[in-house]
Write a protein that binds this ligand. Structure first.
Ligand code: ZN
Length: 405
């Protein structure tokens, strides 16, 4: 296993090492080293990125993972194939790592405040680039979040030292102060101590050396994940600026798209929704009016086949509206069959008194012209490979055959 230089000094941005093992698949390469500054994914902190350079090759490290007791630097190879034992130079993507260190230390502070103030235990933690997520058990509301956030930012201003202590056996004075209970230890354990006694917690990640370096802690949102688990999304440091800009840009452009551009946005959205609702009501009543007229005019030119009335017409409506009309029509008019055709669809509907199956009528259409579709005895729809007028003529002829009139 590589010597973990990121524990010796988490601020190391470059180092030298030798390749101890490697695998190559296409242009994808994984190398392990004699020592490394690359932190492998774990404890909610993402794996490091950066570059590994040798004589005649360069590896762009996209992720670092720990597997089978070894740290693997995963990425793309440029240049010749490296050999085991070769010396290489390591260079971290420091912006990425430092952002993760700020975020990770920020998480310790926020979790400690939530524990102290509200006795909330943090059960999960994950960094996702610009923001991170923790899970806590218990109830939460905005007032609690605001208070906790303010207090966490005071801890940042207080510039408390962040130190890492390693133990084989935990001293009594340390055990009592731990935020998390640890049942038993195997081997060495790392305790991250913030201030003298502000927070002590076991952790294997990388952290900044003083709380002030976290810059800022900003909660972005929180929501209930399950019965008593809440998720809190937050961000720290430079990433906070980036993330908040993203959110603000979205906020202001949404407000700008409103008919009334004065904040707050939530009120403007409510207004728009209300006007949509009243428009929908108007459209609905107008649609019913139109349907009534349409129904009367169609009935006036319906074809009598046996003791049924067959109504046929070509329409350009949206299929949803067309189907709603057809269903409404046959419901209101006993003994009617509706044949509604368009360039894109055909709808066949019958009043419940009618005994001819719409589904089998559609099947006859498909057999004659080709197409697809389906439905029930009462209502069938599909797409037929023929002109709407030909579809209608065929159905009328077929109905005459079936009904025998
Ligand atoms: Zn940590």
């Amino acid at each position: 296993m590589a010597r973990k230089l990121y524990y010796v000094d988490p601020y190391l941005k470059t180092a030298k090492a030798k390749i101890s093992d490697l695998t190559i698949k296409g242009d994808k390469i994984e190398v392990s080293l004699t020592e490394t500054i690359f932190y492998p994914r774990g404890g909610g902190q993402p794996g490091d990125k950066g570059k590994i350079r040798g004589d005649g090759f360069e590896i762009i490290v996209e992720d670092t993972v720990e597997r089978d007791g070894e740290i693997w630097h995963v990425g793309k190879l440029n240049g010749r194939t490296p050999e085991v034992g070769e010396e290489v130079e390591l260079e971290l993507d420091w912006e990425w790592r430092y952002g993760n260190m700020q975020m990770h230390t920020g998480q310790h502070i926020l979790s400690a405040v939530l524990k102290k103030r509200y006795d909330l235990d943090t059960s999960g933690f994950n960094i996702f680039g610009d923001y991170a997520k923790i899970e806590v058990n218990g109830e939460l509301n905005w007032e609690m979040i605001e208070e906790a956030e303010l207090e966490a930012n005071k801890v940042i201003i207080d510039d408390l030292p962040v130190r890492v202590e390693e133990y084989e056996v935990l001293p009594k004075g340390v055990v009592e102060k731990l935020r998390k209970y640890i049942p038993n230890i195997k081997g060495k354990i790392r305790i991250v101590r913030i201030g003298e006694n502000f927070d002590l917690t076991p952790c294997g990640g990388t952290h900044v050396k003083s709380t002030r370096e976290v810059g800022v802690i900003k909660v972005l949102r929180f929501y209930k994940k399950s019965k008593d688990t809440w998720r809190i999304e937050f961000t720290c440091g430079f990433r906070a600026i980036k993330k908040l800009n993203e959110i603000l840009k979205d906020y202001w452009s949404a407000l700008d798209a409103m008919p009334n551009k004065n904040p707050p946005l939530s009120e403007r959205v409510r207004e728009v929704l209300e006007s949509v609702e009243s428009l929908e009501e108007k459209v609905d009543s107008m649609r019913k009016e139109v349907w009534k007229w349409k129904e009367e005019s169609l009935l006036g030119r319906s074809i009598e086949i046996g003791h049924y009335n067959v109504v046929t017409f070509v329409e350009k409506w949206d299929i949803k509206d067309a189907q709603a009309f057809a269903v409404d029509f046959v419901k209101n008019n006993p003994g009617t069959i509706v044949v509604l055709a368009s360039e894109d669809y055909v709808i066949l509907a019958r009043n419940e008194e009618v005994e001819v199956s719409m589904k089998s009528l559609l099947e006859d259409l498909i057999k004659e012209f080709g197409g697809k579709g389906g439905g029930t005895d009462n209502l069938a729809r599909g797409k037929i490979e023929a002109e709407p007028e030909d579809v209608i003529d065929f159905v009328v002829d077929r109905l005459r055959e079936i009904i025998g009139a």
